[in-house]
Design a protein around this ligand. Structure first.
Ligand code: ARG
Length: 592
């Protein structure tokens, strides 16, 4: 494993040295190197520096040029405009750097210098309820961030803070006690679609039946309320039935995760209930330290800048006046556990933007209590999934749309695309199904991840499975096309690079972009922004398409070495696409 500095990093360093040699008082200044359309790179740091030193930027730039020792990377450097430096690198340097990347299993991507421990709170559906598009976002974004951070060498602890506690369980459990066969599997309709779906159907039935009784029968309502107290007090029979409901839900969740192609482990699933035993301690410490105060019987934390529409302060309620604990209490207990016991440096919460106020208040409370270092916790709020009408995605009847239905539809649409594209290839039904799943699920994930997290986006399957434009299918086709070229080239040996061969413009553009992979990953991880990686990969596929159109590979005019050098570029592009897509949780089928 050898990390390979990008050409941008090497050139940057050469310029920085030349700068401090030419102008000693500028030592440490940033030459501000960027990729550019004019040349390969442009450095515009001379402008700010000249201002600071009260000099002439063009003259300063010229001095830097002169101070630059002869080197292997820079083919040409010239002063332009008000004092920019335009830099062109040699073809040879491009290919040599790429060859070093290709020789490394990690494509030359370094590990972070100071890795720490990050807890990511993501994919937290609610027990006895259907998963919806909000849970899709949390799952897909969280999974990508886990992969991206782990790839950088960060220790990542996954936490699925599922909604498995609360007053509705009193109603469900009481109903089960009075109707002991309600969750029995034998009563399933034959032909139910998959065990996960069957489990959800049973839970839905239980939910509806108990709700009806709860709303119509005052005595049942009282019994259900008492049942909550027994649940929180740890009554054995109550807990047994609670477990039954939770397990049934987990069967359903796993069915959705399997379809979504994400791995969610039971040992990482610590729902709200997991913190039940800590809640009294949380309350005690908050009350004793004065962080929280009793107000009308409830234990509250107040904030100067959080007020309701009436101008009165809106508190965070840690304990209700009836003694019950809510969502805020379990989140506070979880913070104590994650910082105090897991010794995490960073806590991330991949949760809907509509919960921003909740997290702001919870973090501030934990900070005041001394449980959370300043700035250690961060919500990564995500926007809403919209229907084509631009409103939050609902069925015509105004109900939330079931995630499984959406995913099934995505796979179905993808099947149409796959069938059309592979007509005449004689694929079996099984092969078509497998590819359609990879294409359809990839399309949904990519559409989600290619938007910046906070943006709302429209769930438009027609667009998502389109072969043209910024879609995963486009990227998957680029990958599959390269694999087909490599197969046609024959031979199992990896194609070698030939740095002595001059590059066509499309090859240089592709090569320089390939060289930016490691830097892109570092930026993506640093900002927790998967869409940066998605944008990089889309550009990679686009540059590859241009290369493919302009530069014949197997029939290159320059002879066998040029053929091999182009195959080398193809191979590295494929490996980069594959690695990048894998970090986003998206498959790259070998054939499409
Ligand atoms: N279960 C919640 C929901 O579906 C999300 C939980 C988010 N995580 C947390 N630590 N509060 O809205």
């Amino acid at each position: 494993m050898a990390s390979v500095p990008s050409l941008a990093a090497t050139v940057h360093q050469r310029l920085a040295h030349a700068l401090s040699a030419a102008v000693p008082e500028a030592a440490g200044a940033d030459p501000m190197l960027r990729r550019s359309d004019r040349a390969d790179f442009q450095a515009n740091g001379m402008l700010a520096l000249a201002k600071r030193l009260k000099g002439n930027p063009r003259e300063l730039a010229a001095r830097v040029t002169e101070a630059l020792p002869a080197n292997e990377e820079i083919a040409d450097i010239e002063v332009s405009g008000p004092g920019f430096l335009n830099i062109t690198v040699t073809d040879e340097a491009v290919v040599r750097t790429l060859a070093a990347r290709a020789a490394d299993e990690r494509l030359g991507v370094p590990y972070a210098e100071h890795p720490g421990t990050t807890v990511i709170d993501y994919s937290q559906p609610n027990v006895a309820k259907e998963m919806h598009v909000g849970h899709l976002r949390s799952t897909v974004i969280g999974d990508a961030l886990v992969q991206i951070l782990e790839h950088q060498g960060e220790k990542v602890v996954r936490r699925h803070h599922i909604g498995d506690w609360g007053t509705q369980f009193g109603m469900l459990i009481q109903y089960l006690i009075e109707h002991p066969h309600e969750l029995d599997h034998s009563s399933d309709a034959a032909g139910a679609t998959g065990e996960g779906e069957a489990a959800m159907a049973r839970l839905n039935r239980l939910y509806k039946a108990s709700r009806v009784l709860f709303d119509s029968d005052a005595e049942f309502k009282t019994r259900a309320r008492d049942r909550v107290a027994q649940l929180q007090g740890g009554d054995e029979e109550t807990l047994r039935l609670w477990h039954k409901i939770v397990d049934e839900s987990k069967i359903y969740f796993q069915g959705v995760y399997r379809l979504l192609d994400v791995e969610i482990r039971d040992e990482d699933t610590l729902g709200e209930s997991a913190y039940n035993d800590d809640l009294h301690q949380v309350v005690k410490e908050l009350e004793e330290s004065g962080v929280a105060v009793r107000s009308e019987g409830a234990l509250c934390v107040f904030f100067d800048d959080v007020k309701g529409p009436d101008g009165n302060p809106t508190p965070l309620i840690v304990q209700k006046s009836d003694g019950g604990f809510g969502y805020a209490a379990t989140d506070l207990a979880a913070i104590r556990d994650r910082i105090g016991t897991l010794h995490a440096d960073t806590l991330l919460y991949v949760v809907d933007a509509r919960q921003a106020l909740h997290f702001r208040m919870v973090f501030e409370t934990a900070r005041r209590a001394g449980w959370l270092p300043d700035g250690a916790a961060r919500q990564l709020p995500f926007g809403t999934v919209l229907g084509k009408d631009g409103k939050p995605f609902k069925t015509r009847a105004g109900e939330t749309i079931r995630l499984v239905d959406l995913l099934d539809e995505a796979v179905e649409r993808a099947a149409a695309v796959v069938r059309e594209k592979s007509a005449g290839l004689g694929l079996t039904d099984e092969e078509i199904r497998e590819r359609s799943t990879q294409v359809g699920i990839g399309a949904v994930k990519y559409a989600d991840l290619s938007n910046s997290l906070t943006r709302d986006y429209v769930f438009d399957l027609d667009r998502m499975v389109s072969l043209n434009g910024d879609t995963s299918v486009y990227l998957q086709y680029a990958y599959a096309r390269i694999q087909s070229i490599l197969r046609r080239a024959g031979g199992d040996a990896k194609p070698a690079a030939h740095p002595e061969i001059a590059l066509a413009p499309a090859e240089r553009a592709l090569g320089l972009h390939l060289d930016e992979f490691a830097d892109t990953l570092a930026q993506t991880a640093e900002a927790y922004e998967p869409h940066k990686l998605a944008a990089y990969l889309y550009q990679l596929a686009s540059l590859y398409t241009t290369f493919y159109d302009q530069c014949p590979v197997l029939k290159a005019e320059g002879g066998p070495d040029q053929v091999e050098n182009r195959l080398f570029l193809c191979d590295l592009t494929a490996r980069t696409l594959h690695q990048g897509m894998a970090l986003l949780g998206i498959r790259t089928p070998e054939r499409l």
